[in-house]
Ligand binder design. Structure first.
Ligand SMILES: [Zn+2]
Length: 133
């Protein structure tokens, strides 16, 4: 049985790059990204699904496709994804493996939490303004 890959190993050439942060990433961050980035669309789809608590509908919405498509790709039943889905998949995986994307997201989530807290705090005095009795 011939199990050799069709070409020479070219792990470096295909190393994923985050277009938002590529210029800012330190070599060790770039290595971390490359090490965490799953190889192949099936592995990437499975990675996303696991990251979103195995909720295929959420993953499908993120990728602009259908939950059924997500499940088929995870099981390797589907043909390779088209360029649009492949790009979306790559981008969503990068969001979860690029160290800078992850920290950006943590900052944004903290900001959102603060906004929510402020909004909730504003709502309370208004209710207390109402005359009692
Ligand atoms: Zn990034």
């Amino acid at each position: 049985m011939n199990t050799s890959s069709p070409g020479p190993a070219r792990t470096n050439r295909k190393a994923p790059r985050c277009e938002r942060h590529d210029a800012f990433l330190h070599p060790e961050e770039q290595a971390e990204l490359a090490a965490r980035f799953p190889a192949g669309h099936q592995a990437q789809m499975a990675f996303l699904l696991a990251a979103y608590t195995r909720n295929a509908s959420v993953v499908a919405a993120l990728l602009g496709t259908r939950a059924r498509t997500v499940r088929c790709h995870c099981r390797g039943w589907s043909l390779p994804p088209g360029p649009r889905l492949r790009r979306a998949l790559r981008r969503r995986v990068l969001d979860l493996v690029c160290p800078r994307c992850l920290s950006d997201r943590a900052v944004e989530e903290a900001r959102q939490a603060k906004r929510d807290a402020r909004r909730a705090a504003r709502r309370i005095p208004r209710e207390q303004d109402r005359p009692h009795r």
